[in-house]
Design a protein around this ligand. Structure first.
Ligand SMILES: Nc1ncnc2c1ncn2[C@@H]1O[C@H](COP(=O)(O)OP(=O)(O)O)[C@@H](O)[C@H]1O
Ligand SMILES: [Mg+2]
Length: 239
């Protein structure tokens, strides 16, 4: 699928991020080097506090690093230029978080439509919801959906704007094993069918087998990277 040729889509070098809490400095990233290639499905593993969310937020243009280089294609993500980061997020990035953040008073279709309205070349909400297997739930409100279904609506919402990159922070963290597996199947399908770069943060090492590449973080650094010879279907993994 992905090819390590040419220029990587994402490149981070010697990336650091230090949060200041009054007198205390919290080093969240301490020199991250990372490349992500077109078409890749990457899982980021690591203990709590190892800097996974901070890294994802920097790659998504939600936060800027303290030092180091980071770019997405020709977008410099290290420069604290809020207007350009906003445009980058709008035009290129879809986010999926652990909690779904759906608007309770809107149906599944309306939640997705709201996000796709601001995109230049969106998928129809019905198409996005079909891709996550929710064609039969278009007019349901979030309260009428299971946790896994709500997360799939959140994925449809992110996918509807046809992002080049889908960044997922613990997307199965609040779900039981069977439901989490269904959500992973959706992410795998988005990557395979739309060619979207997918980065997934997880605590669950089993999920790593579904990815092209696994990045293990520890203490704000990439501790180890490995490549899977072939991806396994989320159906096949022991959770
Ligand atoms: N906004 C913030 N302000 C202060 N410290 C933060 C902030 N975000 C993260 N941190 C700290 O940075 C470190 C890395 O956090 P994080 O990236 O959330 O790790 P992970 O996602 O791997 O659990 C932690 O010690 C965390 O407490
Ligand atoms: Mg986190």
């Amino acid at each position: 699928m992905s090819r390590e040729v040419g220029r990587p889509a994402f490149e981070a070098r010697a990336l650091t991020k230090t949060y200041r809490m009054g007198e205390v400095e919290v080093p969240a990233l301490q020199g991250v080097d990372l490349r992500v290639w077109d078409g890749e499905y990457v899982v980021i593993l690591g203990p709590s506090g190892s800097g996974k969310s901070t890294l994802l937020n920097v790659l998504g243009g939600l936060d800027v690093p303290t030092s180091g280089l980071v770019r997405y294609r020709d977008h410099d993500l290290a420069a604290p230029d809020e207007r350009r980061l906003t445009a980058y997020r709008r035009d290129h990035v879809g986010f999926v978080f652990q909690f779904y953040n759906l608007i309770p008073s809107l149906t599944a279709r309306e939640n997705v439509a709201l996000a796709s309205e601001i995109a230049p070349r969106p998928l129809a909400p019905e198409d996005a919801l079909d891709r996550v297997g929710l064609s039969h739930r278009l007019d349901h409100f979030p309260s009428q959906l299971s946790g896994g279904e709500q997360q799939r609506v959140a994925i449809a919402r992110a996918v509807a704007k046809r992002p080049d990159v889908l960044l997922c922070d613990e997307p199965t963290g609040a779900l039981d094993a069977a439901t989490g597996r269904a959500v992973l199947e959706v992410l795998e399908r988005v990557n395979r069918e739309l060619g979207t770069i997918v980065l997934v943060i997880t605590h669950n090492a089993a999920i790593a087998e579904c990815a092209d590449r696994v990045v293990r973080m520890a203490d704000g650094r990439v501790a180890r990277e490995s490549r899977n010879a072939s991806r396994r279907s989320p159906r096949e993994i022991a959770w």
